[in-house]
Every structure is written in structure tokens, then in C-alpha cells.
Write a protein that binds this ligand. Structure first.
Ligand SMILES: *Cc1c(COP(=O)(O)O)cnc(C)c1O
Length: 390
């Protein structure tokens, strides 16, 4: 191993160790569980989830938070958030039913996926959900068909540079199209209420919020010029959490966003919204797995674990790098971490520095609270991680 990679490896392992120890020392209830739970299991800290919500509200008191349920739809997570007053952003009948089962009023639920199944829109409207995103004429037609008089907000395209999980190719329209969609919605009997955007998931680039808010304000003014009085600015998700690297802090994003709002929305919208998913649950969960094998392959050393990209760690394929920790000491070695299935794509991480574990040791994937269990399948007959939420 080259000298520089050893030093990088030492830093990497020290960071993971510190993260792991801090996570548990502030969460004594999870301490025993982490040694007891069957593997693979996702251990979620519900107080931590609540405090992330409270933290966002503290720094952005004028913003209504609608938690994006797709990030982690476990019922205990949703209940914890409803207890502290969160709203919810849903995209499917199942997500909506789950949120409604907790007694959340329909006024606290919105649906911002720009292209929705018609059955879902009809079901949601019947349950009292009345706010839907659009970014196409076909969607306006659909909503007008099954949810007449519903309120709609238009999704504009914004840069997603520096976001780990860009979303802007799939959704969003330019200003001209946005304007004409809002007018078209009105013609169709719907109520055009606002603008939305998504800066990209795990967004570590403040500039994306700048462009998005500036462009929203331009659209807002042009809509006013055409007699449309918009009321809602929905700033989507994108709040990042730490993985192998630190991320932007919520207080810094909030400070910056509030400055932009003062400048570009001097007369504040009637309602400001955000839809964080990852930013609320991402760093409040640890995926506990087990080492099931070791092997040398050429000059690489491989660790095999009882989870994988098909059972929860799908985002590893898109570049998310979870801090990985084992409770061993000794010389650090460089590992490739392979998932449990027979598929050659099932590789969780490369260049992970760990002391050598034994087969049977627990291995911890930190910051695994978002987009893990919700993605999991039982491919190759291996179970999805169980969830213990405390
Ligand atoms: C996925 C999604 C979110 C949440 O995004 P995060 O990056 O996890 O905060 C918010 N809004 C919409 C419309 C989404 O599709």
C-alpha cells in the first residue's frame, strides 16, 4: 500500500469509529440492541428523527415541513414525525394509507411527484388531499379528470450540480412551459397555487438553492403579470447528511435560504414548504450486518456481508459511500465489500479501510436511515433488513 492511501485509510477508519461511538454514546437505548439484533437490521433512533425535524423547524420556523415518506416509510418513523407535527409528502396509495392510519389530517399531506398514477390521484382527492405537483399537460388533464378543482403547483427544472442523486433530468419544466401549464390548469378548472423544485438529493451545493429560488421568483412575477396569484413556494428536498464526508449543515442551508427568500420574495408567499426525506432520517439509522466470508482475489481483499445492494444498500451503486465500522483493532487493511447475493453487481464499497474482522463479526453501515430498507428486495432469497425503531 502506498503511504498516502494508508493515511487516508487511517482518517477514514478514525472518522467511522468516532461516528459510531458518538452515535451510541448519545443513544444508550440503542447500545445493547446493536449487539442483540438479528442481522441484517436497520436500527433507527426515533428521538433522533424527531430532533432532526425540530432542528429544521428551529432554523426555518416559517417553513412547513412535509417529510418525503419514500425515504423511510416505517410506521414508527412516520408516527414519531406526526407526533412532533410534521406534514407528509406521499406518492402512492400505500404511503398515503400509512400516513392516514396515524390520524394525520389530509391538510398536512401533499403529493409532489409530477407524474402520478390516476388511481392514486383519485384516491388521494377522495381522502381530502388537495395539493398536487404537475409538470406536463397530460398531468393537468389527469388531475382535472379525477380531482376537479384541486390545487396544483408546477415543478421547474433547476441545476442539480453537486448533488449525489440528481433528479432534474426526469422532472421539471422551463419557465415558459411552467407559466403556460399554470394557465392551462386554470382553464381546466384547477387552482394554480405555486411553484416547486428539487435541488437534487444529498445536495451539498448552496448555489442550486440560489438558482432555484431566484428562478422561482421570476416565474412568480411573470405569473402575477398574467393575473395568477401564486401562494405556495415549495422548496422540495435535498438537505444532505454526512456519509464518509461531512455535509452542509442545516443551519448553514437555512441561513442562506432565508437570505435568498428575503431578497427574492420580499412579500413572502402565503406558504413556504420543504420536503426533506434524507435530511430527516438519513443519519438516524445504522445498518447492522455480519461478515459472512473473506477472500483474496488477485491483489484485492474482499469481505462478504449478509446484506447488499439488493437488500438495502442500493444507493451504493449511485455513489453513496456509507462509513463502515467493525469493532476490531489492529493494522488497517484495504477491503472491497461484497454483498450477499451471487450477482457480480452486488458490491457495496471499495477502498474501505478496516482492521481485519473474523467471519461472524458484526459490521456497521452508518448513515443508513434513508433510501435503504425502502429499496430492499428479497433477491436471491435473502431477507430485507428488519427494522428496530426505538
Ligand atoms: C424524493 C423527494 C423528496 C425528498 O428528497 P430528499 O433529497 O430525500 O430530501 C422531496 N420531494 C420530492 C418531490 C421527492 O421526489
Amino acid at each position: 500500500m502506498k503511504e498516502t492511501s494508508i493515511r487516508a485509510g487511517e482518517l477514514q477508519f478514525a472518522y467511522a469509529k468516532k461516528y459510531f461511538e458518538e452515535f451510541l454514546s448519545s443513544r444508550p437505548r440503542l447500545k445493547e440492541k446493536i449487539m442483540e439484533v438479528e442481522t441484517p437490521s436497520l436500527l433507527m433512533d426515533l428521538d433522533g428523527v424527531k430532533s432532526r425535524y425540530v432542528q429544521i423547524k428551529y432554523h426555518l420556523p416559517e417553513v412547513n415541513v412535509y417529510y418525503a415518506v419514500k425515504a423511510n416509510d416505517h410506521i414508527d418513523v412516520l408516527r414519531a414525525l406526526s407526533e412532533v407535527g410534521s406534514g407528509f409528502e406521499v406518492a402512492s396509495i400505500q404511503e398515503l394509507e400509512r400516513v392516514l392510519s396515524l390520524g394525520v389530517p389530509s391538510e398536512k399531506i401533499i403529493s409532489s411527484n409530477p407524474v402520478k398514477p390516476e388511481e392514486f390521484v383519485a384516491f388521494a382527492y377522495e381522502k381530502g388531499v388537495n395539493r398536487f405537483a404537475v409538470d406536463s399537460y397530460a398531468e393537468v388533464d389527469k388531475i382535472a379528470r379525477v380531482a376537479p378543482r384541486a390545487r396544483v403547483y408546477v415543478r421547474i427544472v433547476v441545476p442539480n450540480e453537486g448533488s449525489e442523486w440528481p433528479l432534474s433530468r426526469k422532472f421539471g419544466v422551463d419557465e415558459e412551459t411552467a407559466l403556460s401549464l399554470l394557465e392551462y390548469a386554470k382553464e381546466k378548472g384547477l387552482v394554480p397555487i405555486g411553484v416547486t423544485f428539487h435541488v437534487g438529493s444529498q445536495c451539498n451545493n448552496l448555489r442550486n438553492w440560489f438558482i432555484a429560488i431566484r428562478n422561482s421568483s421570476r416565474l412568480w412575477e411573470r405569473a402575477r403579470g398574467r393575473g395568477l396569484r401564486l401562494q405556495v413556494l415549495n422548496m422540495g428536498g435535498g438537505i444532505p447528511v454526512r456519509y464518509v464526508q461531512e455535509s452542509l449543515k442545516i443551519e448553514d442551508i437555512a441561513y442562506y435560504v432565508r437570505g435568498l427568500l428575503r431578497k427574492y420574495f420580499p412579500t413572502p408567499p402565503y406558504e413556504l414548504q420543504m420536503e426533506p426525506g434524507r435530511g430527516i432520517v438519513g443519519d438516524q439509522g445504522v445498518l447492522v450486518a455480519k461478515v459472512i466470508g473473506k477472500a483474496g482475489r488477485g491483489d484485492e481483499m474482499w469481505l462478504y456481508v449478509d446484506t447488499g445492494v439488493f437488500n438495502g444498500l442500493a444507493e451504493a451503486l449511485g455513489g453513496i459511500r456509507y462509513p463502515v465500522y467493525v469493532e476490531r483493532e489492529g493494522e488497517l487493511k484495504e477491503w472491497v465489500i461484497g454483498g450477499v447475493s451471487c450477482d457480480s453487481m452486488d458490491v457495496i464499497a471499495k477502498r474501505v479501510y478496516l482492521p481485519e474482522p473474523e467471519v461472524g463479526d458484526r459490521i456497521y453501515f452508518l448513515s443508513a436511515g434513508a433510501y435503504t430498507t425502502v429499496y430492499a428486495s428479497e433477491f436471491n432469497g435473502f431477507p430485507k433488513p428488519k427494522i428496530t425503531a426505538l
